[in-house]
Design a protein around this ligand. Structure first.
Ligand code: ZN
Length: 468
């Protein structure tokens, strides 16, 4: 019956309703009254159901893709642009990033079009979508007929019962036997994907990661360890890991080896005036947002923003409106209006504004297009990744800004689904508990911003607070 699944069929519409009812029943399950046998049987049954549901999503996504392409073709969209925006719609429906939505759609097209046995195993609940992804990924470099051969050769038993490493090994062995040349060219392609990325780590640290060809990665690591061992042999008291980390940064920033790196690049810190002026003590004194990292304690933000020139830190301070946390102004050191406005929008939005898309912002986009009388303002601007911006050029996408305390955009897809996306909240100011007299004394003792080389906005803030 599932092989004839079709959303125009009343039976299929009934299935959608059954799926919703089952979801609601599962949400009410608490497990208190059941015995152990039943509980573990339920875990296994639900695993089976999850795989079947993923199989149905694959079939639905591939059919949705075909329908959208047909609609775009009928609307006169050129062949090379047909399919634009489909991956994003799948991403939004699955509450995933645009990048993952495109991967889901690519997998759906591959399974439906080229890997029928793997798809069948998924739809029968014998393998997960992840395992099907491995088969698709490891056979991507092969010719269509070779791919079909791998698909047939991997029996259900192998797909179902092997460990992940075992399955990957077998897939690579078969691929190499069938077409050694494509495996070599795939390695070349993988090398072209080399990149560096940054993500937050606990305790206000960060992971700077490089994806490199194996020889380069091993070579770079060996050079750092050798240099660290030499430094320690010469009496450097830092740990080996500390020396390696410091060396990595000083060499990338072209600074002399042998000490802690200086930071000559701009670090954007979004902070409220009250946190900047030290309205609370220690880590209870509110928080701030370091661009590219995330929230940091107010005390660290104050250290960063008040560091003297000897620390060689260029910090751009941004101010959050105390009551609602909206970003209202930027330090006067912004260079020129268009670049400054784009920077303000980028800092307000932090990552691509499409819901669930964490990609870095590459484009500053007009929510209401200029061609449609949209203004070039912070309100009508949004930060988008390249892929999301292009996807929304497809016919049928509309967006509008909602009036409110935080910047909010409503996106409507070509099929009429709507998604809201609010800019992330700015760090809240610290709660002020001391009396105004204490506050003025404290400010005069430790926070005389008017004597520092602050921006005009900071000096105005300081004068205002002293006069209060
Ligand atoms: Zn995006």
């Amino acid at each position: 019956m599932l092989d004839t699944f079709d959303l125009t069929d009343p039976l299929a519409r009934g299935l959608v309703q059954h799926a919703r009812a089952l979801g609601e029943a599962l949400a009410g399950f608490d497990g208190d009254q059941d015995d152990a046998d039943d509980l573990i049987a339920l875990v296994a049954t639900l695993e089976d159901l999850k795989c079947r549901a993923e199989g149905a999503q694959v079939v639905a996504s591939a059919a949705f893709d075909a329908a959208q392409r047909a609609e775009q073709a009928a609307a006169g969209v050129p062949v090379e642009r047909q399919g634009q925006g489909v991956g994003l719609q799948v991403a939004l429906a699955r509450r995933e990033s645009h990048h993952r939505g495109q991967r889901h759609l690519g997998l759906a097209r591959t399974l439906v079009g080229e890997l029928p046995c793997t798809l069948q195993a998924l739809r029968a609940g014998r393998i997960s979508e992840w395992r099907a992804t491995l088969v698709a990924r490891e056979t991507a470099c092969l010719l269509r007929e070779h791919r079909a051969e791998v698909d047939q050769r991997l029996g259900d038993d192998d797909l179902h019962s092997w460990g992940e490493r075992e399955l990957l090994g077998e897939l690579r062995r078969i691929a190499y036997r069938l077409d050694a040349e494509s495996v070599v060219s795939r390695r070349r392609h993988a090398e072209s994907e080399r990149t560096v990325s940054l993500r937050p780590a606990p305790d206000t640290m960060t992971y700077l990661t490089a994806l490199l060809p194996v020889a380069e990665g091993v070579g770079a690591y060996a050079a750092l360890t050798r240099a660290a061992d030499t430094a320690r042999a010469d009496g450097d008291e830092r740990s080996r890991g500390q020396v390696m980390a410091d060396l990595l940064v000083t060499r990338v920033l072209s600074q002399p080896d042998g000490g802690r790196p200086q930071i000559p690049v701009t670090v954007n810190v979004v902070v409220s005036d009250q946190v900047l002026l030290g309205a609370g003590d220690g880590d209870t004194g509110g928080s701030a947002e370091v661009d590219g990292y995330g929230p940091v304690p107010g005390s660290l933000a104050r250290d960063l923003t008040t560091a003297g020139p000897e620390v060689a830190v260029a910090i751009r301070r941004l101010y959050a409106r105390p009551a609602e946390g909206g970003l209202v102004a930027m330090d006067s050191r912004a260079r020129c209006f268009p670049a400054g406005l784009a920077e303000l929008i980028r800092l307000r939005d932090r990552t691509c504004r499409t819901p669930w898309c964490d990609a870095p912002i590459r484009h500053t986009d007009h929510v209401r297009p200029v061609a449609d009388a949209g203004f070039t303002t912070a309100t009508n601007g949004q930060g988008l990744c390249e892929a999301c911006n292009y996807a929304k050029q497809a016919p049928g996408w509309t967006q509008q800004v909602v009036d409110g305390l935080r910047h909010e955009v409503i996106t409507a897809t070509p099929t009429g689904q709507t998604y809201r996306s609010a800019a992330p909240p700015c760090p809240r100011p610290a709660a002020v508990t001391e009396s105004p007299a204490d506050r003025r004394y404290e400010l005069s003792q430790r926070c005389d911003l008017s004597r520092r080389a602050g921006s005009p906005l900071e000096m105005a803030l300081a004068r205002h607070l002293h006069a209060a």
